[in-house]
Ligand binder design. Sequence first.
Ligand code: UD1
Ligand code: UDP
Length: 367
Amino acid sequence: MKKKVMLVFGTRPEAIKMCPLVNELKKRKNIQAVVCVTGQHRQMLDQVLETFQVVPAYDFSIMKEKQSLFDITTNILNKIKKALETEKPDIVLVHGDTSTTFVTALACFYLQIPVGHVEAGLRTYNINSPYPEEFNRQAVSIISELHFAPTWRAKENLIKEGKEEHKIWITGNTVIDALRTTVKKDYTHPELDWAAHSRLIFITAHRRENLGEPMHHIFRAIRRILEEYPDVKALYPIHMNPVIRKAAKEELGGTDRIHIIDPVDVFDCHNIMAKSYLILTDSGGIQEEAPSLGKPVLVVRDTTERPEGIEAGTLKLVGTEEENIYQHFKELLENETVYHNMARANNPYGDGYACKRIADVLEENFS
Ligand code: UD1
Ligand code: UDP
C-alpha cells in the first residue's frame, strides 16, 4: 500500500521550496502526496502554485489584511484538525519557520502524527530575531521525527540540541532545486530594458521585526543612494503587506530611478536577480539564492541564520540603521575590490537534488 505524505505550507517561500518536492514525490510509486495549503499568503502563494502547477487538495484560505500572529495561529489550528483526521497521513511534511509551519507541527503533535521538517536546524539562538521565526523553528525541531537539514552546520545545531543523528539527513536546500530550472541566459524583461545602462539594485523587505522605524531607515538609505548615484536604478517588487507598501510610498515616492512593482513570479525573480548588480534584502530565501548567482547581498537585519552565505563572502550583515546601510551600500558601489570579492559565485546550499534525497529517505523509511 502507498504511504500517504501530506505537505502543508502557506506562504510564498514555503511554496517555492516545497512545490519542487511535491512534484518529486508525485513521481514516486510508493508514495501518495497530498497537498494542503493554509493560505496564510494569498496572491503570493497562488503565484507559486501556478508556476509549479501544484493543485492543493485543501486550502484553508485564512489570510486577512494585517493579520496578527493570533489570527494566523488560531485560524490554522481550528481548520487543520479536520483535514488531518480525514486524511490520516503517515507523515506530515512542513517547511522552515513560518507560523503555518509551527501551528501545523503543533496540530500533528496533538494528534500524534509524525512530522518531517524540511530546512531543519537553522538557528540564530536569539528568540526575538528573526521574530517569530526563531521560536517557530526551534519548536518544530522538538516535535519533528525526521529532520532534513540543508547544510552540515544545520545538522550540527540539531545534534547540539540532542537530536538523534540517525534521524537527520543533510539534503541541501530545495530552493537550489528550483533555481536549477529557472535561470536562463537569454532571459529578458521590460524592467531589465529600463535598467539596461545602469547598475540595477534588486530590493525586497518584509521582516516583522523590521516593520516600523527599521523599515523607514532602510528606505531612507536607499533614497540617499539613488539621489547620489545617477548610474544606479532600483527594482523593488514589493511584498503585499499594506504596512510595508505605505512606508515605501512615504519614503520612496517621487523617486524616478526606483520602480516599485507587484511581486514577480519566482521565474522572473530568479532571472532578474541573476542580471542585477547587487541585492538589498531582509529575506531568508534570497540569502540562499544569491551565493549561487554570484550577487553581493546587503542583508538589512541584525542577525542571520545563514552563516554559510557570510562565510562564502556573498552576504554582508548591515543591520537596520540608516547610516550604516548607506555606508556599506556606498562602499560596494565605489570600491571594485570589495564588490568583486563579494560577487564570486559560490554555492553552500546544495547541488539542486535535495528533493530527490528527501523523497528517497521517505521511501526507505515509510514504505
Ligand atoms: C510571513 C512569515 C515569514 C516569512 C514571510 C515570507 C509568519 C509569522 N511570517 O510573513 O516568516 O518570511 O511570510 O514572505 O509566518 N499579504 C497579502 N497577500 C499575500 C501575502 C500577504 O495581502 O499574498 C498581506 C496581508 O495583509 C497580510 C500581511 O501581508 O496580513 C502579512 O502577511 P503574514 O503572512 O502575516 O506575514 P509576512 O510578513 O508575509
Ligand atoms: N521572490 C519572488 N518574487 C518576489 C520576491 C521574492 O518569487 O517578488 C522569491 C525569492 O526568489 C525567494 C522567496 O521569494 O525564493 C523569498 O521569499 P520571502 O522573501 O517572501 O520570504 P523569506 O525567504 O524571507 O521567508
